[in-house]
Design a protein around this ligand. Sequence first.
Ligand code: MEV
Length: 319
Amino acid sequence: MIEASAPGKVILFGEHFVVKGSRAIATAVDLRARARAERAERGISIDSANLGSSARLSLDLSGTYGPEMAPYVAVLRALRERGYSLIPHRALLTSEMPLSAGLGSSAASSVAYALAYSALHGSPLGERELFEVSLEGERVAHGNPSGIDNAIAVKGGTVVYRRGEAPREVEVRLGGHSLIIVDSGEKRSTREAVEGVLRLADRHWRALEKLYLAADAIVEEAIALLSAGDAEGLGELMNVNHGLLSAVGVSTAKLDLIAHELRRAGALGAKLTGAGRGGCVIAIAQAGRAQRIAEHVKGLGYEAFLSGLGAPGARLETI
Ligand code: MEV
């Protein structure tokens, strides 16, 4: 039996704009997706506890499965193309992340499964191949992924990412500060959110190009502020970034309200994270105040938890 895990993430700056070439910064959070794999007599069965769904396949990858399991079949297809023969096995996927909340659960699950299967096969994938193979899963799930969710699930830490380039580790000196992650409870589709923003950008490119440039400039400045430990400056940039995401249509009344409540309760800044149209809002706050701020939004009926930045990347677990 092999177990692999990969972290979920929050995007600190630049989601959506990263799909069309701007940079973005993501950090791995303390919630993980896990895949357990063991050899079986015949065929392939994959069960996802969170999705409540399964795939039953023969070794030629024909079989029965719902669309939500298609990413894992795509992962196996990509592995086969890289010379991994398909061996009979059973896999169980679990995730500590809420689904469809913008925390990268689907990419982290694909990464964990690809790592567990390749290790069961006898040669665990390295970082680059793990990224490429899991991205095939994400393509099925979301259509046009920039790859940032996969990059951070593989590498962990805090990275700056531009489509088509290797992710680069960012130095973070934010001791004494904490991230607050608030789940709005609104479920959304990443695919629809991404397509909506791309449609808007295509229709009004002359104007929206400026927003893409602004998002990239925010990332540039945020890299400097992260390494300088300037949490106040980062909070201000989060607020501006939230405004840009509202401008391209991915905020909702609830996400705006949560961001306002977090700021009112003492956070240094707050923004939606991930695809938006629901999902999560993040805020940065002094560690001594973070718990009280989280309690404030919990009192309004939302799930909230604290997380550090830069959790470890994909790894094989000892079980
Ligand atoms: C989703 O976590 C982030 C988006 O920018 C989509 C992507 O980059 O693939 C919305």
